[in-house]
Design a protein around this ligand. Structure first.
Ligand SMILES: Nc1ncnc2c1ncn2[C@@H]1O[C@H](COP(=O)(O)OP(=O)(O)OP(=O)(O)O)[C@@H](O)[C@H]1O
Length: 255
C-alpha cells in the first residue's frame, strides 16, 4: 500500500477554485444548490458524489462559468481550465490528432507547435500510432482518451470532469481511472470530478465531497490518504473498503 501523505500537498493559501456560500436557483424556480463552499488547491483532486439530481453538474457548470451563481461567490485562479464531458464530444470529420489540435488552433498556436503538442498529449494517454484515426474507428475508451488528451493539451491549471467514465464498460472504466490518476500525478492540475461511483471517487481523489439530495449542499468532506501513482490493487485493500464504506454511509444518510 502507498504512503499516507498525498504526493502533492496543497500549498497553504494558494487556491485554484474557491466556492463561497454558493446558491443556485434556476429561473424555473428549481433550487439546485444551497450554501456550497469548497476550495481546491493545486495538486488536489476533489471528487463530488451525491444522489441523482442533487446539483453535481450544476456545480461544475458554475465552476466553469457556463452558469452564473444566484448567491455567494466563485473565484477561479487558473490561466487555463479544461472540461471533460461524459460524452467525448469529438468532431467526427477530424482525426484524433486534429481533434486534439482544435483548442491550440483556435488560440492561434502555429501549426508545427500545435501538432507537436497534440502528438505529445495523445502519447500521454496511450494513443501513439492512432493519431490519424477518425473517432468512428476508435473504441469508446479510446475516444475518451482523445477527449482527455484534448483537455491536457491546454495545460490546464483546473480540470473539470463531468462523469467522464459513466458510459464506459466496467473494465475500460477501471483502466481509465488508473490512467487518469497517473496523468494527475504527472500534471498536477487541480481537479474537480463528478461521479456516481464511490469507489471511483475514492480511488482517484485526494478528497471526496458528499452532497445531499436537492438542493445540494456538502454534507461530508472525506480526505483520502494515499499518494500517487496508485496501484490498481489498492481497490482491494481493507482500508480502501473502509473509506468507501464511510463515503457510502454519508451518502445514504443524506440522500
Ligand atoms: N438549465 C436548467 N434549468 C432548470 N433546471 C435545471 C437546469 N439544469 C439543471 N436543472 C435542475 O437542477 C437540478 C440539479 O441538476 P444537475 O444536473 O446539476 O444534477 P446532477 O446531480 O448532476 O444529476 P445526475 O446525477 O442525475 O446527473 C435538477 O433538478 C435539474 O432538473
Amino acid at each position: 500500500m502507498a504512503a499516507t501523505a498525498p504526493v502533492h500537498p496543497p500549498v497553504a493559501g494558494e487556491q485554484t477554485l474557491v466556492l463561497d456560500g454558493v446558491d443556485k436557483t434556476f429561473d424555473t424556480g428549481t433550487a439546485a444548490l444551497t450554501d456550497v463552499s469548497l476550495t481546491i488547491a493545486p495538486g488536489e483532486f476533489v471528487s463530488v458524489v451525491g444522489p441523482s439530481g442533487c446539483g453535481k453538474s450544476t456545480l461544475l457548470r458554475l465552476a466553469s462559468g457556463l452558469e452564473k451563481v444566484t448567491g455567494g461567490g466563485i473565484t477561479v485562479d487558473a490561466s487555463a481550465t479544461s472540461y471533460v464531458f461524459q460524452e467525448p464530444t469529438l468532431l467526427e470529420w477530424r482525426s484524433a490528432q486534429r481533434n486534439v489540435e482544435l483548442v491550440p488552433e483556435l488560440r492561434g498556436v502555429p501549426a508545427a507547435e500545435r501538432r507537436e503538442r497534440a502528438a505529445q498529449a495523445l502519447a500521454l494517454v496511450g494513443l501513439e500510432g492512432f493519431e490519424r484515426q477518425h473517432p468512428r474507428a476508435l473504441s469508446g475508451g479510446m475516444r475518451m482518451r482523445v477527449s482527455i488528451a484534448r483537455a491536457l493539451v491546454a495545460e490546464p491549471d483546473l480540470a473539470l470532469f463531468d462523469e467522464p467514465f459513466g458510459a464506459l464498460d466496467e473494465i475500460t472504466r477501471l483502466k481509465m481511472q488508473t490512467e487518469l490518476q497517473r496523468l494527475f500525478a504527472l500534471k498536477q492540475f487541480a481537479g474537480l470530478f463528478i461521479t456516481h461511483s464511490v469507489s471511483e471517487a475514492v480511488y482517484l481523489s485526494t478528497r471526496v465531497l458528499v452532497m445531499s439530495g436537492r438542493p445540494g449542499r456538502i454534507v461530508a468532506d472525506v480526505p483520502i490518504p494515499w499518494s500517487y501513482p496508485r496501484p490498481p490493487e489498492l481497490r482491494y485493500e481493507p482500508e480502501f473498503g473502509e473509506i468507501a464504506g464511510a463515503v457510502s454511509a454519508a451518502l445514504g444518510e443524506h440522500s
